[in-house]
Design a protein around this ligand. Structure first.
Ligand code: 8X3
Length: 248
């Protein structure tokens, strides 16, 4: 049975990807910070084998310790989805909160590196595998007040390209999916629980659903070895660019 390892699987795109990959015949390792949510997901997906690991991707020691508890086979997954991350705050650089900046860089950039570093020995030894990084339209387009979030996702975009080159001789393929406006906890986290402000982001148009992204993720990671869909940008139908949305 093929194995998919998914970070940030307790909600949003990570959770939807876990459900979709289980449906496509994968066994799973699902990780996140919220144990109850991961356990509920594992129960929902039974009898598919689902291993849960609780850690913060930004904590390298915790990442390494958790992954070391896995059986060797699960430390060398067929597919790694680097999904964990998010946005904190939406403010001009001159009034932004450096604590928010640290959180975004820790999860979106260092977190991706921490998990990848822990799994690459197993994946490269197998000489096969697929790493899919969840980037964002924000990594390819600047928008006002996006500053550090955009920068963190631009780092994901460049890491994807450079990792692909470095890993080429190993048979491990690397790609990036870049969602636009997806209705998840993303805006609630960005606006620190301000539900009204978060709801406004998705008001007046049909945003993408996490399941829309998950379906594409499954397609990307199940292509045969001679096919790498290297980058995909997925926008809502009413969206032309990061902040260009037709609201009716
Ligand atoms: C989330 C999409 O447009 O808010 O990464 O940056 S956006």
């Amino acid at each position: 049975m093929r194995t998919a390892f998914i970070t940030g699987a307790s909600s949003g795109i990570g959770r939807a990807s876990a459900v979709a990959l289980a449906g496509a015949g994968f066994q799973l390792v699902v990780t996140g910070r919220r144990r109850e949510r991961l356990e509920a997901l594992a129960a929902e997906l039974a009898p598919v084998p689902v291993h849960t690991l609780v850690f913060d991707v930004g904590d390298r020691t915790a990442v390494q310790a958790a992954i070391a508890t896995l059986p060797a086979e699960l430390q060398a997954p067929d597919v790694l989805i680097n999904n964990a991350g998010g946005a904190h705050g939406l403010a001009p650089i001159q009034t932004g909160d450096p604590t928010d900046w640290d959180q975004m860089l820790d999860a979106n950039v260092r977190g991706l590196l921490n998990v990848t570093h822990a799994l690459l020995p197993g994946m490269t030894a197998r000489q096969t595998g697929f790493i899919l990084n969840v980037g964002s339209i924000a990594g390819h387009e600047a928008y006002a007040n996006g500053n550090v979030y955009c920068a963190s996702k631009a780092a994901v975009a460049m890491l994807t390209k450079t990792m692909r080159l470095d890993l080429l001789p190993t048979g491990v393929r690397v790609a990036e999916i870049n969602p636009g406006a997806v209705e998840t906890e993303f805006s609630r986290v960005r606006f620190k629980g301000d539900e009204a402000r978060a709801a406004k982001v998705y008001e007046g148009f049909q945003p993408l659903l996490p399941e829309d992204i998950a379906e594409i993720i499954v397609f990307m990671v199940t292509r045969p070895p001679h096919v790498t869909i290297a980058e995909v940008l997925v926008l809502a139908g009413a969206q032309g660019a990061a902040t260009t949305i037709v609201r009716k």
